[in-house]
Design a protein around this ligand. Structure first.
Ligand SMILES: Cc1cc2nc3c(=O)[nH]c(=O)nc-3n(C[C@H](O)[C@H](O)[C@H](O)COP(=O)(O)OP(=O)(O)OC[C@H]3O[C@@H](n4cnc5c(N)ncnc54)[C@H](O)[C@@H]3O)c2cc1C
Length: 622
């Protein structure tokens, strides 16, 4: 059966990718022209990486896409002339049936991303394929080929910002720690940042994860040693004091005053070299800042965890976990087990038995006296629920829903050296914040998919274009559930009517600031929205973001296992110990009681540091 279906699927995908790429490629750009075999390979590889419960439905829908052609024309889709293929693609794209639109959008996004990844600053081919293991540390401390049975005093599951600092401080306190990470151990420079290579190497499911709901919200997570810190922008905030106050009052979190967290913020800021840019900010970032300032709105340069060497300008090095806490952990004698996913935990005689699977060795069983689960806001509740631990776990996922707009200016605002934009408009914070996004040609092309006639513009005008976002704190919430027989969890999220209004207002205000800074055209990421050419066009924007018609995304997820002493809603105590267990802890983004309204890694790390120190001082009791 599989032998018949695979070539069928391959033919249909190949024909779809060729048709979609041809539509979005500027004819005058030879580098964007066929052959598109590299695009087809990328799309097929991405399909293989997508969450396991979605793989078969997408395959079935793709084969279903082939059927109308066979019925109407007596030929399969891939053998039809290009014009007829395009008609069918358009019909599905504009279909009232959501799954038809979603299917075409899925293939179009991947094909367009890969197509525009062929461009570099000069509009010509790129790119880095280097992949290396860091060679800085004693290899004996990195377990490449584990025994079938391992044991340790403390197992830390997940090596993102929460897990890396947890493991490091425990090892430095002399504990015998095994840090287990599902992804590979790659150096920060193993691939260029914000490229499709990075998605393949370091993102979970190749970056194709989605929270289901009336408005699907795409989200991404890191899956490599260092977790999200290896792929993120490094924008740093402390947790706002009023948010800490909400957690104290509404969740009965102890030891969460600003003064309690101050030493932890300061220690993390020092270790990660949190600092402002030494040189001028990128032009696209300054554009937003200028527009907001003219309107009298508060706009700030956000510091980042970057180390800059004298005389190299803004070309610093991001202080991800593989640059900071992971090497410190290894130097302190900790053991790292990469490419190993923990599938379930079980208590046996008061100790934990971890059933894990290593990339090449298969099943591995790990015994531990104490376990810290630090898999991030989606994977931590998924693992606990798979293990039958469900009390207030995975019921209260929060995130920052985000909508984007692409802007075109008369002058150059973008270049291959642009890097990460650093300004955020905080006038309406914590409810709404705006900023500038990564604006390389592939990301610009993706941001323009709701305005298909503009996508080709990217190949010759990308230096005059940039993408911007409006992000809301939101009051909606979601769930994380494991699905029997599947590894990947089902994530659902529901926006409230209030969230839709905030997103509408955020988009409007962002567009206002961009017109104020001289934008000539704006292209909101909302289906069927018109392009906006002048200030008066802003009244064409909806007051509230419509159901199903906006391309929402997020990179900030938390609150799926909230901490606190209120056992009616909290999964763990105030310091991350899971209620009802003596030797089981959560220490990652899942603990944040609500959305912080700011980039969250600073909060995740300060809390993780506070909790480990509390554990080491034996303060965390049942
Ligand atoms: C593209 C992007 C940009 C971002 N930009 C910023 C920013 O500028 N500023 C900011 O503050 N925040 C940013 N964030 C968010 C920030 O990266 C996260 O808040 C942070 O990484 C969360 O840390 P964590 O330790 O909770 O989880 P993660 O970083 O998600 O780490 C969890 C790790 O655990 C591993 N794991 C999960 N389950 C298992 C298992 N069962 N077995 C073994 N290993 C497992 C995962 O593979 C992963 O490596 C960004 C995120 C992304 C994705």
């Amino acid at each position: 059966m599989e032998r018949r279906i695979n070539p069928w699927f391959h033919d249909t995908v190949s024909a779809l990718v060729y048709s979609l790429a041809q539509t979005n490629a500027e004819p005058a750009r030879p580098k964007l022209q066929a052959p598109y075999n590299d695009l087809v390979r990328f799309v097929l590889a991405q399909h293989a990486r997508m969450p396991d419960y979605l793989r078969t439905p997408i395959l079935a829908a793709t084969l279903g896409f082939d059927l109308p052609a066979a019925l109407r024309h007596g030929h399969r889709f891939h053998t039809l002339p290009p014009a007829i293929r395009l008609r069918q693609i358009e019909a599905w794209k504009n279909s009232p049936l959501g799954f038809k639109r979603d299917l075409v959008r899925y293939f179009e996004s991947l094909a367009t991303l890969a197509l525009y990844s062929r461009m570099d600053a000069g509009g010509e081919a790129q790119c880095s394929t280097a992949q290396e293991e860091p060679s800085l540390f004693s290899p004996a401390k990195v377990i490449d080929h584990p025994e079938r049975e391992l044991s340790c005093e403390i197992a830390v599951i997940g090596s993102g910002p929460g897990g890396a600092i947890t493991a490091c401080l425990l090892a430095e306190a002399g504990r015998k720690v095994l840090l287990i990470e599902e992804g590979a151990y790659l150096s920060l420079g193993s691939c260029a940042p914000f490229t499709h290579e990075e998605m393949s190497q370091k993102y979970r499911n190749g970056g194709q994860t989605v929270a289901m709901g009336a408005n699907k919200i795409s989200y991404v997570e890191g899956r490599c040693v260092g977790g999200g810190s290896e792929i993120n922008s490094g924008l740093y905030h402390r947790t706002p004091p009023d948010i800490l106050e909400t957690w104290r009052k509404d969740f009965k979190v102890e030891g969460i005053e600003e003064a309690d967290l101050q030493p932890h913020f300061e220690a993390c800021e020092k270790e990660l070299s949190v600092s402002l840019l030494p040189g001028p900010a990128p032009a696209a970032s300054l554009k937003l800042h200028e527009g907001a300032t003219r309107l009298g709105w508060k706009s700030i340069e956000v510091p980042r965890w970057f180390r800059y060497d004298a005389g190299t300008g803004n070309a610093g090095k991001r202080q991800s976990m593989t640059e900071t806490f992971v090497p410190r952990f290894l130097r302190a004698g900790g053991m790292l087990l990469p490419r190993t996913s923990v599938e379930t935990l079980r208590l046996e005689g008061g100790k934990w038995a971890l059933n894990a699977r290593h990339g090449s060795m298969g099943p591995v069983r790990i015994g531990a006296e104490t376990v810290f689960v630090c898999g991030g806001a989606v994977q931590t509740p998924a693992l606990l629920r798979r293990s039958g631990i469900t009390g207030n776990i995975g019921n209260s996922l929060r995130l920052h829903p985000t909508v984007k707009v692409a802007a075109r200016f008369a002058e150059t605002v973008n270049s291959a050296q642009t890097g990460v934009p650093v300004h955020q408009v905080k006038e309406f914070s914590p409810r709404i914040s705006f900023g500038c996004s990564i604006s390389s040609p592939p990301y610009l092309a993706l941001a323009l998919l709701e305005h298909p006639e503009q996508v080709r513009e990217v190949s010759h005008s990308w230096q005059k274009m940039a993408t911007y976002y409006a992000m809301i704190t939101g009051e909606g919430r979601g769930t994380v559930r494991s699905i029997p027989k599947f590894r990947d969890p089902l994530v659902r999220y529901k926006l409230t009517p209030h969230d839709r209004r905030d997103l509408g207002e955020g988009l409007l205000k962002l567009c206002e600031a961009l017109f104020e800074s001289g934008a000539k055209a704006l292209y909101p990421g909302v289906a069927r929205s018109p392009q906006l050419l002048k200030h008066d066009d802003l009244n064409k924007l909806p007051d509230a973001l419509p159901s199903g018609l906006a391309s929402l995304m997020t990179i900030h997820l938390f609150s799926s296992c909230p901490m606190g002493e209120d056992q009616t809603k909290c999964a763990t105590n105030s310091f991350g110990r899971v209620h009802g267990f003596k030797n089981l802890y959560v220490n990652d983004a899942s603990l944040l009681c609500t959305a912080p309204g700011v980039n969250p890694q600073g909060s995740v790390m300060a809390l993780a540091r506070r909790n480990v120190m509390s554990f080491l001082n034996n303060k965390s009791t049942i």
